[in-house]
Design a protein around this ligand. Structure first.
Ligand SMILES: [Zn+2]
Length: 321
């Protein structure tokens, strides 16, 4: 885990830190998830009590440490590592990063916290969910239980100078999902609760198995809309203004996505493989093909359709055959 630090002083050093327009003390670090630029990352908040929001995968951790170095933050000074949920693109690096930042406490939703302490079950579940993309996901190392703060929503962690992280329970994408509201910048770390947003293609749905829940997602969006917001800090990807318009658009896209999958599921008499094939075919001709290489596109679509199908089987009447 040290390659990011042992770079030769002769090689040109490219900064890993991207400025966040909302605040000069916030930085975004691109994790190059799935090999893609500007697809997934983490945030470093250079407050008196520094915090890192999201960790990326285990192989993102050297980059996170380089970012701390660029920002002049000693790893020992990091007070909090906050993860929105325990999917590996958000929390896979938590155990490794906690080792390197020995004084940081790890903030995590109480439903997900046991998986940080004992990641074995989670690793198996991720492997099932992401299939051929699993090699991108790295590994996990347990976080010592005494360093995990399991949160339920309503907690507030002061970072100094008016910065803070306020926890908002945000189920839907997963039951172990929290968002973090930062009151000084009126910004929200969305995790996956408001989907994946890239300016050039708009929203990409993220509805993975095993526990995507449509109504919970809508309830969470309603709760998030009640906050006083200026910015959404997407893990996928970056800080964007116009938070309410974006949340409205995401709700429309999510509702249409679930309705389209339900319609296909009924039309095809519950044949899940056929439903997945139909969406893989349709989306291969869409904007998404500009974002993902073909094998990643296929796996992503299959995963997100599977998540909705699981939800439909649990919560809707079966298709009449
Ligand atoms: Zn997720």
């Amino acid at each position: 885990m040290t390659e990011g630090q042992s770079q030769s002083s002769k090689s040109p050093r490219v900064n890993v830190v991207e400025p966040v327009p909302a605040d000069g003390r916030f930085a975004l670090v691109d994790a190059h998830m799935l090999g893609l630029k500007g697809y997934g990352g983490l945030y470093v908040l250079k407050a008196p009590k520094p915090a890192i929001v999201e960790t990326g995968f285990s192989h993102t951790v050297p980059k996170a440490l380089r970012a701390l170095d660029e920002l002049g933050i000693a790893p020992e000074a990091v007070a909090y590592i906050a993860v929105t949920h325990v999917h590996m693109d958000h929390a896979g690096g938590a155990g490794f990063l906690a080792e390197r930042c020995p004084n940081a406490q790890v903030i995590c939703h109480h439903v997900g916290a046991p998986h940080l302490v004992n990641p074995e079950k989670l690793l198996k579940s991720v492997q099932r969910a992401v299939g051929p993309l699993f090699p991108y996901y790295g590994e996990m190392r347990p976080v010592p239980e005494e360093r995990v703060i399991a949160v339920r929503g309503g907690e507030r962690f002061e970072l100094g100078d008016g910065y803070a992280l306020e926890v908002i329970d945000a189920p839907g994408h997963a039951p172990h999902h929290a968002c973090f509201y930062e009151p000084r910048t009126k910004g929200l770390f969305t995790g996956d609760a408001v989907g994946i947003y890239r300016r050039e293609v708009g929203f990409i749905l993220t509805t993975p198995p095993p526990s995507f829940h449509f109504e919970d997602s809508l309830k969470t969006l309603d709760a998030l809309r009640r906050l006083e917001l200026k910015w959404l800090y997407f893990t996928h990807y970056g800080a964007h203004p116009e938070p309410y318009a974006l949340m409205d658009e995401y709700e429309r896209r999510l509702t249409a996505w679930v309705a389209a999958i339900e319609a296909a599921w009924r039309e095809l008499g519950g044949d899940e493989a056929a439903v997945i094939e139909r969406f893989v075919r349709e989306e291969s001709g869409s904007e998404l093909a500009r974002v993902y290489p073909p094998e990643v596109l296929r796996a992503e679509i299959a995963m997100n359709v599977t998540g909705v199908l699981l939800y439909l089987k649990k919560h809707r009447s079966p298709p009449s055959s």
